[in-house]
Write a protein that binds this ligand. Structure first.
Ligand code: NAP
Length: 497
């Protein structure tokens, strides 16, 4: 529900005034080179606006200002209670501009407007407000030394932090990075994905309106291969927080080793196992299985792309999932009834189509969807797609497709289910469905992922940490634990006369 009709959303989108310039030192700024890049609407293929394409000189300028701001203490030295108020005001301003920001996210990413209104914007608001509210309630430690000494264990901000984010949840991931990084007193350089810079640029304007010092946040749209690498290699950046693909995360880790050992935290890909036992609430499990892989057109790192189903219910359950897939018909993202938008661009759509071809060649059975669709719109739409008869060693079960493609894999018993679930280079998220709490809990404990749902998929909120095991990364976004990624532990040892 969005409270507006499709026609009203289209009219509102037409009326948007969009500024594609970078944000440096609190002001909208062209790239020093004057270069721009067009951002396109994935639902129509039409251009939206020219966006500044920043290079290394822009980055060096922003990093220098960020460093000076950090050293000045205007933000890093501000009392936590005062930083809190800035973040809380920022969250309120985003809430006040919710319609505009939801629209920017919908036209830039292709997300259904009902999702951006009900999920992405409220989630960003909650993240920023919660992190602000938390920061003045944290106590530091005195260690259990002997009586002749006093030892303080405190946490200090890292300094200048670079945040690089992807295109699938631009607003949410931006908030997940900026809120704890700023709450803990860092200065931040944010590089949005080239495809989706608009919401990050807009919320940065609002941060300064809320009272954030100008030098504490800079948003630099620009190419990952050059600008992103420059940030990774920079000697004056103390922390790198990244969400994106595993290969780029690995490169950034290498950059850290080759430069100044900047603290580098990575949130990477996934191949989520969703395990269904015969005693589960099968109706709820089938509906959630479709949600787990078709939400956001499957462009979700935590997507439940491997549906691991007990062999005794396999055929019947597959029928229920196919029926649930009908609720995920691709359509116009500005229509409030649309549940599934386009892929981010044509090349992502082509990549999904290639994987559908690979699945067929590998001998999996295509039982639903399997094609691109709505070509007449100019958008990059792909049907929800289901393969059965998948073996976990097949390429479609091992590689992150990042599209609406489900692989259904049978299992014999709990050990078999866990073995299949863990047979992956990834370890980000998954779920298990059973009414037997012992089975559910044992399986949930044995699956090596950062977040496991029991009788739900995508469960969680800002109070719990989010991140991966194995090649899904090493950082944790959200919750108090995220503050650890943006701070250094410091010991102060005091001896008495
Ligand atoms: P990507 O290609 O890795 O890009 C992510 C970001 O990194 C973009 O801003 C990109 O800039 C930048 N980048 C690209 N090459 C770079 C380089 N060599 N050095 C530094 N930065 C570079 O990933 P994506 O295709 O945007 O996003 C999809 C991936 O993100 C999937 O693998 C998904 O699983 C993962 N993801 C993970 C999480 C999580 O929390 N674990 C959440 C969401 C998504 P350009 O846009 O300019 O290329």
């Amino acid at each position: 529900m969005t409270g507006m009709s499709k026609a009203e959303w289209h009219a509102a989108a037409q009326a948007l005034q969009i500024d594609g310039r970078a944000v440096i030192n609190g002001a909208r700024t062209d790239a020093l080179s004057g270069e721009t890049r067009t951002t396109f609407n994935p639902a129509t293929g039409q251009p939206i606006v020219e966006v500044a394409s920043c290079g290394t000189a822009d980055a060096d300028r922003a990093i220098q200002i960020a460093r000076e701001t950090f050293e000045s203490g205007v933000w890093s030295g501000m009392a936590p209670a005062d930083r809190k108020m800035v973040l809380v005001r920022w969250a309120e301003l985003i809430e006040k501009h919710a319609q505009e920001i939801a629209l920017l996210e919908t036209i830039d990413v292709g997300k259904p407007i009902s999702d951006t209104v009900n999920v992405d914007v409220p989630s960003a608001v909650r993240t920023i407000r919660w992190s602000g509210e938390a920061i003045d309630k944290i106590y530091e430690q005195i260690s259990p030394t002997g009586h002749d000494a006093l030892a303080l264990v405190t946490r200090l901000p890292l300094g200048v932090v670079a945040a690089i984010v992807p295109w699938n949840f631009p607003l949410s991931t931006t908030a997940w990075k900026l809120a704890p990084a700023l709450a803990t007193g860092n200065s931040v350089i944010l590089k949005p994905a080239s495809n989706t810079p608009l919401s990050a640029l807009r919320i940065a304007d609002l941060a300064f309106e809320a009272g954030l010092p100008k030098g504490a946040l800079h948003v630099l749209p620009g190419p990952g291969g050059s600008l992103g690498q420059h940030l990774g290699m920079h000697m004056d950046i103390d922390g790198m927080t990244f969400t994106g693909s595993t290969p780029v995360g690995q490169q950034l880790m290498t950059c850290s080793g080759q430069s100044n050992l900047k603290r580098t935290f990575l949130e990477l890909g996934g191949k989520g196992p969703n395990i269904v036992f015969p005693d589960a609430n099968l109706e709820a499990a089938a509906s959630a299985a479709a949600l787990a892989v078709f939400f956001n057109s499957g462009q979700v790192c935590t997507a439940g792309t491997r549906l691991i189903v007990h062999e005794s219910i396999h055929d019947q359950f597959l029928e229920s999932v196919i029926a649930a897939a009908a609720n995920w018909a691709p359509g116009d993202p500005l229509d409030p009834d649309t549940t599934m938008g386009p892929m981010i661009d044509r090349s992502q759509c082509d990549s999904v189509a290639d994987y559908v071809g690979i699945g067929k060649t590998e001998g999996a059975e295509l039982v639903y969807g399997g094609s691109t669709t709505l070509e007449e719109t100019g958008g990059a739409f792909h049907e929800p797609t289901i393969f059965s008869g998948v073996h976990n060693r097949m390429q479609i079960a091992q590689e992150e497709i990042f599209g609406p493609v489900l692989s259904v894999i049978p299992f014999k018993d709990a050990d078999d289910a866990v073995q299949i679930a863990n047979d992956s280079i990834y370890g980000l998220a998954g779920a298990v469905w059973s009414r037997d709490f012992s089975t559910a809990h044992k399986v949930a404990a044995a699956v090596r992922v950062g977040t496991m749902g029991i009788n739900n998929y995508f469960g969680g909120d800002i109070t719990v940490p989010f991140g991966g095991f194995k090649l899904s990364g090493n950082g944790r976004d959200k919750s108090i634990h995220a503050f650890d990624d943006y701070t250094e532990l410091k010991t102060t040892w005091i001896e008495f006369d």
